[in-house]
Design a protein around this ligand. Structure first.
Ligand SMILES: CC(C)(COP(=O)(O)OP(=O)(O)OC[C@H]1O[C@@H](n2cnc3c(N)ncnc32)[C@H](O)[C@@H]1OP(=O)(O)O)[C@@H](O)C(=O)NCCC(=O)NCCS
Length: 127
């Protein structure tokens, strides 16, 4: 896990949390795809829901709010990298308008295992 200052710097614009009974149970945020001006409307999205709160619509509520705000803020493309076996994340992203645009083979390594990543995008209606 990154430190708070590192995370904070990497997610300078849109971030949302979901709360239940005053406790944070999930979050979603954007990080810039690139600092080059031509990509100013492109961002990579992350979403996480705590284990105890999963499967109850929290992720969907977070991403629906995020994409609505991203559209309003002028983002034209959101990107997300998802492990192919992450059925919950793939269903969630499809539900809010993401589609799979490609597969990186062996892009990430954890515990000695090289993992494929599906690359997803969501274009704003105005894009
Ligand atoms: C992926 C994650 C954010 C989903 O959050 P969630 O609150 O459990 O999701 P929701 O309850 O809002 O469900 C969203 C959709 O996914 C579907 N879904 C949920 N769990 C599922 C599962 N295990 N398998 C298949 N579909 C699933 C739901 O049916 C729902 O679709 P619908 O709205 O059309 O009915 C959550 O599981 C999580 O944080 N996982 C660990 C971190 C992670 O994988 N982050 C994403 C990295 S790309």
């Amino acid at each position: 896990m990154p430190s708070w200052p590192t995370w904070d710097e990497a997610h300078p614009s849109l971030r949302l949390v979901a709360e239940e009974n005053g406790a944070v149970v999930g979050w979603t945020a954007l990080s810039p795809y690139s600092h080059r001006s031509c990509y100013r409307g492109v961002a990579e999205e992350s979403v996480y829901v705590g284990e105890a709160a999963r499967g109850r619509g929290v992720g969907r509520a977070l991403l629906e709010a995020l994409v609505a705000q991203a559209d309003a803020d002028g983002y034209w493309t959101l990107l997300a990298g998802v492990f192919p076996e992450n059925d919950a994340s793939l269903a969630l992203h499809a539900a809010v308008g993401f589609r799979v645009v490609g597969r990186h083979v062996g892009l990430g390594e954890r515990d000695g295992v090289w993992r494929d990543i599906l690359w997803l995008e969501r274009r704003a209606a105005t894009a």
